[in-house]
Design a protein. Structure first.
Length: 125
């Protein structure tokens, strides 16, 4: 498949039934909360769907800023602020576990490559 065919296969159609207006709330210190408010195609509120809250923060690491984000189980901005610390800690813990799994996989692959490279093949035997 060439580049043109790949471009033709990308779906750029916006789903009119899942539109949200976004607000960003921050304390300018620890993080921010994205409030996603369901709307209809005319821009009016869609009361049939619930708001979604997404928490964002970042930690500094030796490699630079490490972004952390997760959906916050909340119905109001007040609830979102309350659950933010525990949710970010949980998201960080999940990220650490995933990174450890990736490191183990990478180490296993390196060990397999080293085994393959260390084999000496003697021709004619």
């Amino acid at each position: 498949m060439n580049g043109q065919e790949q471009i033709q296969n990308i779906n750029f159609v916006i789903d009119k039934d899942t539109l949200y207006r976004e607000e960003s709330i921050t304390d300018l210190k620890v993080g921010s909360i994205r409030r996603l408010i369901p709307i209809k195609t005319d821009g009016s509120g869609d009361d049939a769907r619930t708001e979604v809250f997404i928490g964002h923060t970042q930690l500094m690491s030796p490699e630079g800023p490490l972004p952390i984000q997760s959906e916050l189980t909340a119905k109001t901005i007040g609830e979102a602020i309350e659950v933010f610390p525990a949710t970010m800690k949980q998201a960080l813990q999940e990220m650490i576990v995933k990174m450890q799994e990736m490191q183990k996989q990478q180490q296993t692959q390196q060990q397999m490559q080293q085994k393959d490279e260390s084999r000496i093949i003697v021709p004619g035997r």
